[in-house]
Write a protein that binds this ligand. Structure first.
Ligand SMILES: NC(=O)c1ccc[n+]([C@@H]2O[C@H](COP(=O)([O-])OP(=O)(O)OC[C@H]3O[C@@H](n4cnc5c(N)ncnc54)[C@H](OP(=O)(O)O)[C@@H]3O)[C@@H](O)[C@H]2O)c1
Length: 414
């Protein structure tokens, strides 16, 4: 039994890809943490990652060649699950087994969004975590994004106290498409853009509408209505582009997943008052880069945020020619012209405060504000939206039919 609080939380990473890089960068702004282990299937990736940890002076990171080795290492307290969606459950099963047999002393786990591909998988993630006695955190960075934290604090303190609660949250996250083939494959990822990005939008909107300090289930989902569409990547030239870039396994001529989704989520507060979330997401947005747009509206006030409306802009003339990169903004689409720049992406997108929160909660044995329970609730909404889109009708909650539901684009052989 570990005695809490621990002075320093020793974290092990599962995954060394895109999001692992973001989390590592953000850890520089987190106190009382060391990154002491990493598991990747590739020797090059795990050594490279361990070297990066060393360069950032974030601890002595040991590369592990198996999950079992990572979770049973004597110098790991908590696991950050940063591997693809289709690997989640297996990672949790190994962690659960190693704890139950006494080989692992890990006492906390954090998992990237979405918690799982289906409601059944998400509930199993939660069950395994609780059964193993783990403190658990759901990594939804937008809840910790600095504009969200600051905006929510001002709206609820100044405006809500004077004129009443907000009733409408709008959220959109859009970019030009993911970077790895598995994201595009419905069965591996769990769906298309609805599963990949709507998870952010519904949770940040739910968070903005929830009174500070109130439990997330103080708002009840009454009904959901979703639409999915294929706007860009099924066009023959773009489907060919995907095949050329990712190989035959990404076949948008014959097996596409949606690249656009919209959602209406109808909620009810503690007093039976109606609230609404409107969300849209797409992989078909070609602007400067990733765009997050948020609004929170109430009787006498409005909050607005657009991640591309950055304070810092850089103009590069046509004479400035260089290689493609993501050094100005995530999912960058150009290297010339007037470009927005996020000076501190890890901070603005919320990774720094998210990791600081998780580390402090785990160190002290406190329940985080985002747990696997929230991850389950998000997946229930997402599956409701897929089902609504499939039947072309609004779906009322609770909906038992979601217990074993798999989105059309994720059904094997569909
Ligand atoms: N919060 C956000 O905004 C955000 C943004 C992007 C992604 N994400 C989430 O983060 C997760 C990872 O996404 P990513 O963009 O980092 O993907 P990625 O770039 O494809 O990286 C995935 C990593 O997982 C590892 N991996 C693959 N199969 C594995 C397995 N069977 N067991 C253990 N590790 C395995 C890969 O490492 P090796 O090949 O070296 O083993 C790779 O390092 C996804 O769930 C995604 O939804 C969140």
């Amino acid at each position: 039994m570990t005695t809490l609080p621990k002075q320093t939380l020793r974290v092990g990473f599962v995954g060394t890809g895109f999001i692992a890089g973001f989390h590592l960068k953000s850890m520089v702004g987190v106190r009382n943490v060391e990154v002491t282990g990493v598991y990747s299937r590739s020797p090059e990736n795990r050594s490279r990652f361990a070297e990066e940890v060393k360069a950032l002076e974030l601890g002595r990171c040991r590369p592990h060649d198996s999950l079992e080795s990572l979770v049973s290492a004597g110098d790991i307290d908590a696991i950050w699950i940063l591997s693809p969606n289709y690997t989640r459950l297996e990672v949790m099963r190994v962690l659960h087994r190693e704890i139950q047999t006494g080989r692992s002393k890990v006492f906390a786990v954090a998992c990237e969004k979405p918690l799982a591909r289906t409601v059944a998988e998400a509930r199993e993630m939660l069950r395994l975590a609780e059964d193993a006695g783990l403190n658990h955190g759901y990594l939804e960075n937008q809840v910790f994004a600095t504009p969200v934290q600051r905006g929510k604090e001002i709206i609820w303190r100044r405006a809500v106290s004077a004129t009443g609660r907000p009733y409408l949250a709008r959220a959109a996250e859009e970019h030009s498409g993911p970077h790895e083939p598995w994201f595009w494959q419905g069965d591996k990822q769990g769906g298309g853009v609805l599963s990949d990005m709507m998870c952010h939008s519904v949770e940040v909107a739910r968070h903005l509408l929830t009174a500070p300090g109130a439990p997330r289930n103080s708002l009840k989902v009454k009904a959901v209505n979703g639409t999915v569409a294929n706007l860009k990547w099924t066009r023959p030239g773009y489907a060919d582009q995907l095949r050329h870039r990712f190989g035959a396994e990404v076949d948008y001529h014959n097996r596409p997943a949606e690249d656009f989704a919209r959602a209406t989520v109808m909620l009810e507060d503690e007093n039976g008052q109606d609230l609404m979330i409107e969300a849209t997401t797409s992989w078909a947005y070609v602007g400067a880069g990733l765009r997050i747009q948020l609004e929170l509206l109430g009787p006498e006030y409005a909050l607005e945020y657009n991640s591309l409306g950055a304070g810092l802009k850089i103009f590069l003339s046509r004479a400035v020619q260089g290689s493609e990169g993501e050094d100005l903004v995530e999912k960058q689409n150009a290297e010339q012209g007037l470009m927005p720049v996020l000076e501190d992406e890890a901070g603005v997108y919320g990774y720094t405060d998210e990791n600081r929160h998780m580390v402090e909660c785990f160190r002290k044995g406190i329940k985080p504000v985002e747990t696997f329970e929230d991850g389950v609730a998000v997946v229930e909404i997402l599956m409701g939206l897929y089902r609504s889109a499939e039947i072309g009708a609004t779906l009322h909650f609770p909906a038992a039919e979601l217990d074993n539901y798999v989105p059309l684009v994720a059904r094997t052989g569909a």
